[in-house]
Design a protein around this ligand. Sequence first.
Ligand SMILES: [Zn+2]
Ligand SMILES: [Zn+2]
Length: 274
Amino acid sequence: MTSSAPKEIVLPSSTKGIIDSHAHVVREFFKEEQDEVIQRAFDSGMSHMVNPGVTINDIPELLELQQKHKKISIAVGQHPHDAKDFDATMKDRLQETLDKHDVVAVGECGLDFHYNNSDHASQLSAFREQIKLARQYNKPVIVHCRDAWEEAFQCLTEEGKGEVRGVFHCFTGGPELLPAIEKLGFYVSFSGIVTFSSAKNIQAAAPLVPIDKVLVETDCPFLAPQKVRGKRNEPAYVWFVAEKIAALRNTTLDDIAMHASNNARSLFSLPDAS
Ligand SMILES: [Zn+2]
Ligand SMILES: [Zn+2]
């Protein structure tokens, strides 16, 4: 049982709402607790959350989720881990979903040269195809990037042609990457990793990202923040990420919650909070 025993967990308190810009609240991870976990997020003051897909197989459940919860938005894409399976049929499937449904972004997609679950050539080609889709549909792109920064910048520059907006989700880089990201006009989303004491490089970058480009996320069920480390992560824990960003930037939690929410609404064209 991986129950997160959330009643014993005291979340940082804020008068503002917050947006988890990247969560995977699918049944595969949350089983019969899915509804409860989503409810806990909204009870904690979450005003919206974005659920990206990792393969096209996720699409039916994502559509179902968004239909059920008006404060959940979805993205569709193929993760670099599964890029080797990305073919014309899958691209058609993504296109069909973008045509017919309310999808806020293409992703997650990108390059992961750390795990190398797919060969580099397939990763680069799947990423390029998905950037093209983002451009075609005028949607932002949710980028997963590990140990492939130069290649990712190159793909985005060449295929995005200065027209594609997006976010580097679960940012694992340092300050040296920020000028290139700023040049692309991309957002930077921080996950629970920024709360780990070993994450010095990410912590050094956090205060340097322009405030209008900062997002926060859980990437749940992975990467639970330090205060709940070892537990299954869930969207409500995004508050711990925001708390850490506030400390690193020497500001208040309310300030970060407000900016991160406004930024997510702007990037993903989300409806205003009601
Ligand atoms: Zn990712
Ligand atoms: Zn993810």
